[in-house]
Design a protein around this ligand. Structure first.
Ligand SMILES: Nc1ncnc2c1ncn2[C@@H]1O[C@H](COP(=O)(O)OP(=O)(O)OP(=O)(O)O)[C@@H](O)[C@H]1O
Length: 223
């Protein structure tokens, strides 16, 4: 068994079976959190979140295995990444962060759709991995860079400098998102209700499938 990530509990699913993870990607301010909040409000029990690994030190109140799996030795995490145990990883402010495949699997084993909010660089890594079952990749984009700028300004979380940086990154990310084949769904978040309906319709078959599978598993344990 892998030395990294959640211990794999007895699963009701065969390898490669069970709910597919849902990956939401898109420029900062494109509406990922807004759309995810709506999904959770409607289908809370269908979704779960994986616990990431990090080499940064725990902050007060953070518990190992809850907020993050805290890794003391960066060399250990590098080695696990080299062994292919991570779906994606990145370095922020000198600390390593990453999603292990077994952390994603732990959510699948609970019969839930693992939701991941991952940037374009992370998606590029995910696409090089052979995750089973394969994730559903959704790119959420604003109608235009001008609208994105307006939304980021009205969210009032940015300085002029961070705004300019986010818009420049968005330009590059939009190019990647628009390239055919990179995502299973490219969602234009213009009118929020419409965008949500589209996301909902896309994920609904997976939720239905998982409800059926969970019901079957319940029947099996009763028989
Ligand atoms: N369709 C929409 N119409 C108008 N405003 C929207 C729409 N979708 C999201 N917003 C607003 O745009 C802002 C950015 O949305 P949100 O915070 O969900 O983006 P995000 O992709 O999660 O950003 P980050 O990656 O920075 O966390 C928020 O203030 C949100 O309320």
């Amino acid at each position: 068994m892998s030395s990294f990530g959640d211990s794999a509990e007895a699963s009701q699913f065969d390898p490669g079976k069970g709910p597919r993870p849902l990956i939401l990607c898109g420029p900062s301010g494109s509406g990922k959190s807004t759309l995810l909040r709506r999904l959770l409000a409607e289908f809370d029990s269908a979704f779960g979140f994986s616990v990431s690994h990090t080499t940064r030190k725990p902050r007060e109140g953070e518990i190992d295995g809850r907020e993050y799996h805290f890794v003391k030795d960066p060399e250990e995490m590098k080695a696990a990444i080299a062994r292919g145990e991570f779906l994606e990883s990145a370095v922020f402010s000198g600390n390593m962060y990453g999603t292990s495949k077994s952390a994603v699997d732990a959510v699948r084993n609970m019969g839930k759709i693992c939701v991941l909010d991952i940037d374009v660089q992370g998606v590029q890594q995910v696409r090089q991995q052979d995750l089973q079952p394969p994730p559903l990749l959704v790119f959420i984009r604003p109608p235009s860079l001008e609208v994105l700028e307006e939304r980021l300004r009205s969210r009032a979380t940015e300085t002029e400098e961070s705004l300019a940086r986010r818009l420049e990154t968005a330009r590059v990310e939009l190019e990647y998102g628009e390239r055919p084949g990179n995502f299973d769904l490219v969602l234009i978040n213009d009118v929020i209700d419409k965008a949500y309906e589209e996301l909902r319709a896309f994920i609904l078959p997976e939720i239905q499938k998982l409800k059926n599978e969970n019901a079957d598993a319940m029947k099996d344990t009763r028989n």
